[in-house]
Design a protein around this ligand. Sequence first.
Ligand code: DOR
Ligand code: ZN
Length: 338
Amino acid sequence: MELQIETPLDLHLHLREGAMLQQVAPFSAAQFAAGVIMPNLVEPVDSLQRLRKYRQQVQDACGDVLFTPLMTLFFREYSREELVAAKDEIIGLKLYPAGITTQSEGGVRDFDRIGETVSLLEELDIPLLVHGESNGFVMDREQEFLPVYSWLAENFPRLRIVMEHITTAKSVELLNRYDNVAATVTLHHLLITLDDVAGGLLQPDLFCKPIAKRPEDREALCQAVFRGHPRLFFGSDSAPHPRHKKECCGCAAGVFSAPVALPMLAQLFEANNCLEKLAGFVSNHGRTFYRINPPSKSAFLERAPWQVPESHGSVTSFLSGQVLEWRMKNTEQTTSNH
Ligand code: DOR
Ligand code: ZN
């Protein structure tokens, strides 16, 4: 049995730089037509010059495989001139609260001061992508941030806002209140809860920000995704860290899910009798919200069990050692947009 997915998109992806970029980019390029590339490099991608250089590095790391990097700029105060110049080369600005996650120290410290730049984004029709967590108690961080989303959605009604990697039932509720708000959902947050991370022996490979939550939160995410909510779309948040940064005292946050993304999504949707909703989640919903039309590329999966390798060089993949039911067969790419 074969499954064909037309132009699948990973709308939240960390590819890093240097040797790590070379190591991980081929996994995404082998499955997806395009990806939203996160800007939280050691030196954040916060200028058009740096963005162009990084985009080239990503393209080089994908070699001959067609993969469109949809670039983001790290949120700071930008002038109108800077944003006008960048508009055609970016899919949006990514906002991090300062220090909330990996390499986000240069993020926003004072939300009272973001209005001017946000207003320019609204006027120029540039989406705002947000890592929505407060610096409160770890299980409450996403919920405590929700008033910021409401403020953004109400005060900038034409701004398109993406709540990145949502993990709670409350976030799904908020999404339903505002037409100008959409959200990405990761694979791992559809599969795991805090129990999987810390309920037994601590699992560094499942530790990420936002941390996986309660069973009822996971259930609410699954329900919304499996029913085909039109403003929920896939963003893996695949975030590789070398093993020595995961298996140590002070584990880095991030789940490296790129090698298993599409096969495991197919397995999950099939197990929940909603395989027909997969195309919406990984392709159409994101395209519609972002109004993008990346070069088409079909992904083919076949039902053939395979064991996820224990490691890929210095990185360990999500679900390593497990046997998955679907595997990537090949992709067919065309170079034209249509
Ligand atoms: O777990 C995470 N890892 N969450 C993020 O927001 C960033 C990411 C990373 O860059 O490692
Ligand atoms: Zn991320």
